[in-house]
Design a protein around this ligand. Structure first.
Ligand SMILES: Cc1cc2nc3c(=O)[nH]c(=O)nc-3n(C[C@H](O)[C@H](O)[C@H](O)COP(=O)(O)OP(=O)(O)OC[C@H]3O[C@@H](n4cnc5c(N)ncnc54)[C@H](O)[C@@H]3O)c2cc1C
Length: 425
């Protein structure tokens, strides 16, 4: 059975930073693979990550073959990890991550240092706060991201407002609608600055079902009020402005990986994903460190993050057994041209795997800035190594099979792989 972490015991084999679906699944897999000491460090009083405060369905179809609400799903993942023998250090923030797996953590008993043979970053994503969205107006109460709203509603039983406006139409915005319904709040509008809803159908029917006006091509420009939000000013595609009375603003989505630890430390952070730069086994620029789950790139579902964590657990176990390619081996850096936002992994080892080496990620993940139809091309220098016609929308996963990238044109196995998307419109 799992137990509370005690730093005086045997050395830690793998330290997992973050107890969300990805970290829990990596830790459980490592224990199941026979790794002796696996410790999850989680800053919250309980592990479970974001789903812990998403009090709605559907979570767990991939993991438990049954739809669960977020907290039940999180509790099942924690129970499974404990049964596998994972140790937990809760109320513990990792505040420094240094070379050789040396970590500095802060607990209620004060700071302490420890080390692990391997470290997995699994710190997830956060939504862009108001300060980074360039919305004018005074700093009034009642402006929240979805994550903060969900914590208030589901963990503290509070209702911060009654008639908010929801900004954005990514999947999480529909999670905000469900949170409002749960707490008896009635959103007065949902606002999207693009021409189409970002989340997939049938989620887009949610505002209609809940009788919430959906204003497309509309941008939030100002929040007005005294102590609290009183109204907002929005501008439509024709440049016309109008005010909407409301008592709260829910700023949803525009996710950013929670990579502060990496940025402050020694590992390389990719300016495109804003998460750690990794190879196809999730290895960071210091191969003692791996990264997994939504920290890798904004943004995927809990089920997908859980799946990635499981895979990372297998890779780290293989690495401890000496079955990953040596980190020094040459790898192709991966880059995207405008229209595409990012590519992950950012380094690909291609033609140099030994027979005993464990296979890594099967696909490169890409995202676009705006809806576009065109030809997606991968090239090394002048050579086109892969091409395909695609139709893509923002926040939708685009995957390119790594096995289909013909890197044989690059004699030294180091040529930069550049992805570009040529519009057909
Ligand atoms: C507000 C919000 C709502 C969402 N709603 C949904 C939804 O309804 N359905 C869905 O499928 N997906 C949803 N998502 C996507 C969500 O990111 C994934 O569901 C999933 O939680 C990702 O798992 P993860 O393990 O990568 O990260 P997380 O679940 O975010 O877990 C990361 C964990 O790391 C911990 N941590 C971070 N930094 C440190 C540190 N320095 N020291 C110690 N611990 C640390 C955090 O406390 C957290 O517990 C939502 C995301 C957000 C932000």
């Amino acid at each position: 059975m799992g137990k509370a972490f005690n730093n005086d015991e045997a050395p830690i084999d793998v330290a997992v930073i973050g107890g969300g679906p990805a970290g829990l699944s990596a830790a459980t897999t490592l224990k199941q693979a026979g790794i002796a000491r696996v410790v999850v460090f989680e800053r919250e009083p309980e592990a479970g990550g974001i789903p812990r405060h998403c009090g709605h369905y559907p979570f767990g179809m991939r993991e438990f073959k049954w739809p669960l609400k977020g907290p039940a799903y999180a509790a099942k993942l924690v129970a499974r990890a404990k049964r596998a023998g994972v140790e937990f250090s809760l109320n513990t923030s990792v505040v420094e991550a240094n070379r050789s797996g040396l970590l500095r953590v802060v607990t209620s008993a004060g700071p302490k240092s420890l080390s692990a043979k391997r470290v997995i970053y699994a710190t997830g994503v956060r939504e862009t706060p108001r300060s980074a969205r360039l919305v004018s107006g005074p700093r009034v109460q009642g402006v929240l991201n979805t994550g903060a709203l969900q914590s208030m509603v589901y963990l503290e039983g509070r209702r911060p407002f009654k008639r908010p406006v929801i900004i954005g139409t990514e999947l999480v915005a529909f999670s905000a609608i469900m949170t409002c319904a749960h707490a008896g709040m009635k959103p007065v509008a949902m606002i999207e600055q693009n021409t189409s809803v970002t989340a997939r159908w049938p989620t887009a029917l949610f505002p209609w079902i809940n009788n919430i006006p959906l204003l497309m091509e509309t941008k939030l420009v100002e929040i007005k009020g005294g102590d609290r939000v009183r109204e907002i000013v929005v501008r439509n595609g024709k440049g016309e402005t109008r005010t909407i009375e409301c008592d709260g603003v829910i700023l949803t989505g525009q996710f950013v990986p929670e990579a502060s630890l990496g940025r402050m430390g020694h590992i390389k952070v990719d300016p495109a994903t804003r998460g750690p730069s990794v190879d196809q086994w999730g290895r960071c620029s210091d191969p003692t460190y791996f990264a997994t789950g939504n920290l890798l790139r904004p943004v995927e579902t809990a089920g997908r993050s859980w799946q990635e964590g499981k895979q990372t657990g297998l890779w780290v176990a293989a690495d401890l057994a000496g079955k990953l390619p040596h980190y020094e081996q040459k790898a192709h850096p991966v880059r995207v041209e405008p229209t595409l936002i990012y590519a992950m992994p950012q380094r690909i080892y291609r033609n140099n795997l030994d027979a005993q080496d464990v296979a890594g990620m099967t696909h490169v993940q890409l995202r676009v800035v705006k809806p576009i139809k065109g030809e997606l091309i991968a090239s090394i220098g002048e050579h086109v190594i892969w091409r395909k016609n695609i139709s893509a929308k923002p926040e939708r996963r685009i995957e390119v099979p790594i096995a289909e990238l013909d890197t044989s044109t690059s004699s030294n196995n180091q040529g930069e792989i550049v992805f570009s998307l040529v519009s057909q419109a």
